[in-house]
Design a protein around this ligand. Structure first.
Ligand SMILES: Cc1cc2nc3c(=O)[nH]c(=O)nc-3n(C[C@H](O)[C@H](O)[C@H](O)COP(=O)(O)O)c2cc1C
Ligand SMILES: Nc1ncnc2c1ncn2[C@@H]1O[C@H](COP(=O)(O)OP(=O)(O)O)[C@@H](O)[C@H]1O
Length: 322
């Protein structure tokens, strides 16, 4: 898959079968649409082109309740998921206020037609574009003879099948309902970060925990709770540190304020099973498989330690069943 970031330097696509959207999460509904796009491109001896936006349009043009929107995927993760669907080209369009402000007609003429010379445009019946979101399927329809493209509608039942939506998955994840979120995603939610120093207390109770800082400020963090996770440090290339190429470790993660020890700032920490290495500063990927329980306030560290032993058994059970 080729990824293009420069609108001015796009190649001449061959019979471009184009779809447009933000595709946050690249969930099972998106995957179905993208597989169809690829099949359609093959039938037409063409290339499947996905046009996507970054930053997310809702970060630029605002959203309904003015809550800063947190996203299921960073841009790199989104591209990684899209690559799995067989799409030939992804064009990442910088979504600026200027881009958002062009009229719907200018969007069709100067952007879609001029840049992509589409053989076919595939969009949902409710797709909106252009200033004030006035552009729609009907408008694209009215220009198709003039610009010589075919138009294909993604029907409502595919677009909203089983109510799979990025908004719903964001809500489920933020609430800690990761099982349901993962089901709709068609893969287990994951995030990346680096290992930072904590209070160095974990090791004193026999459960060292790597504290994770997520760099991408727009990335969604699952709701507070204890989770069964897997951990990858394939890219652990910190000078003076050991590398763990390709290794996937099992573990358990807590996200929360740790009411037992301080109860103030929110942290993400993982205890990695069968592992004993200094990984401070290492880049790390955490895949979140199942919620084990909610965070609790324990009567001291002994009670917490007892619970951690039970959590470990529960996490291992999750992996046995997988
Ligand atoms: C799997 C797991 C579950 C945890 N559950 C709780 C919890 O329910 N309540 C709590 O106060 N702290 C919980 N913690 C956080 C511990 O309090 C924390 O790991 C310990 O204080 C060590 O912190 P440090 O790594 O910053 O030194 C949990 C940690 C892990 C790894
Ligand atoms: N099994 C393990 N799981 C997590 N971290 C481990 C493990 N073994 C060693 N470590 C190292 O120990 C650190 C965690 O120890 P801990 O006492 O909890 O300190 P901190 O509070 O700084 O996280 C991790 O950042 C990592 O470098």
């Amino acid at each position: 898959m080729q990824v293009h970031y420069q609108l001015e330097q796009l190649p001449a696509f061959k019979n471009a079968i184009v779809t447009i959207g933000t595709f946050d999460g690249v969930h099972t509904g998106h995957q179905q649409i993208l597989h169809q796009l690829v099949a359609h491109a093959r039938e037409n001896n063409g290339e499947a082109v996905l046009v996507t936006f970054h930053p997310h349009p809702r970060l630029i043009v605002g959203n309904f309740n003015n809550q800063p929107i947190k996203l299921i995927n960073t841009l790199d993760e989104r591209l990684e998921r899209i690559a799995k669907t067989g799409i030939d080209h992804v064009v990442v369009v910088p979504f600026t206020a200027e881009f958002a402000n062009q009229t719907a007609e200018a969007y069709i003429r100067n952007f879609l037609v001029e840049r992509f010379r589409p053989h076919t445009i595939v969009i949902g019946y409710d797709h909106r574009f252009g200033k004030g979101r006035t552009g729609n399927f009907q408008l694209l329809e009215s220009y198709k003879e003039q610009f010589g493209y075919c138009l294909k509608e993604i029907p409502a039942e595919i677009l909203h099948n089983n109510n799979i939506s990025s908004t719903l998955i964001r809500k489920l994840t933020a609430e800690g309902n990761i099982d349901e979120a993962n089901y709709l995603l068609g893969y287990a939610f994951y995030f990346e970060g680096t290992v930072i120093k904590g209070n160095q207390l974990g090791r004193t109770i026999g459960y060292p925990t790597a504290n994770i800082r997520i760099q991408d400020g727009d990335k969604l963090v699952p709701g507070n709770g204890v989770y069964a996770v897997t951990i990858e440090m394939a890219h652990c290339l910190v000078p003076g540190k050991k590398a763990f190429p390709g290794s996937i470790y099992k573990g358990m993660m807590n996200i929360g304020v740790r009411p037992t020890v301080d109860g103030t700032n929110r942290t993400i920490e993982v205890n990695i099973f069968d592992f004993n290495e200094d990984i401070y500063d290492a880049p790390i990927r955490i895949t979140v498989h199942q919620l084990l329980r909610h965070e609790q306030k324990f009567n001291g560290l002994d009670a917490l330690k007892h619970q951690l032993a039970l959590d470990k058994v529960a996490a291992l059970q999750v992996f046995l069943e997988a």
